[in-house]
Design a protein around this ligand. Sequence first.
Ligand code: UT7
Length: 325
Amino acid sequence: MEPRILATGWYLPEKIVTNDELARTLDTSDEWIRSHTGIRERHVAAPDEAASDLGSLALKNALDRAGLAASELDLIIVATSTPDYLGFPSTASIIQHRIGATRAGAFDISVACSGFTYGLELARTFIVSGAGQYVAVIGTEIFSRIVNWQDRSTCVLFGDGAGAVIVGPGDGKPGLLGSILRSEGEGADALIRPVGGTRAPLMAGDDPSKTCMTMDGRRVYNFALRVVKDSLEQILSKFGRKLEEVDWIVPHQANYRITEGIARRMGLDPSRFFMDIERFANTSAASIPIALADMDSQGLLKRGQLLVTIGFGAGLAYGANLLFW
Ligand code: UT7
């Protein structure tokens, strides 16, 4: 029996920052940001909020919607590039304790914006293998802490937030069919946080901007255009499905223009791609589970619909999941 997504959950920090507000302190404009990305505003975490705080609330929301107790979880997978702590302890362990998931194993994965796509496949295979029954997959990010607020070409793109799904046993109907997971590590320098790891440890007195993320936007844009189209075609071919059968394509929310470009190249109506980047900006690993929770809350997801989720970003890694809702 194929496992399926039993419920979604999300949490967005209270504070909203609009493009116009950014333009007060940065050489940018609402017009530029909207026309180049589709973003209107983003949520920004409070100074005392860390990734585990957002992730715990998203998971609690998903458990409530699933009608499941935290103690029933077998595993918690957290996809994040902005963990509470560098290296350890894992953000997943902090969430596990916070929500009282007393029987659950917990670990983080670091695949940047593709993290949820990878995590969902791990959850599926964990359940299929018989290792356990209920898995939480969480994407939680606070990119506002790692962007360079002086760099208008990156800081306007990102937002903070968390999304979660509960994956559990199927009921005989089709569920999570499977995935493709890929990486093009030769592009690793295109999207990178160069200082703070073992390659270039953080030194006392380092200019804080050096510890921030940097991105070759054009290069990542071209990569995204190519791999989102390829992922869609590859996953449908792998599972013998046709594009006409797909009800929703849920891409990582990086730029509305990427989606438009792919729709144009593939002759698809852009409305088949779900986009909520306008309200949340790019929340990296959290963007797909936030999108799923958003769709769920809007009543857009109906049992039996066929979905493709597509993650892409730093690595350069990418991947797609094919699933029946
Ligand atoms: O989640 C991870 C995956 N990330 C992505 O998929 C991001 C992919 N890349 C992109 O989405 C786009 O490349 C960006 C949105 C980052 C940039 O859009 P673009 O159309 O590629 O702009 P550009 O970098 O070619 O810059 C065009 C101009 C430049 O000015 P000049 O040199 O033409 O005078 C930039 O300095 O726009 C300028 N610019 C801005 N102007 C106002 C860059 N950022 C801004 C800004 N406001 N915020």
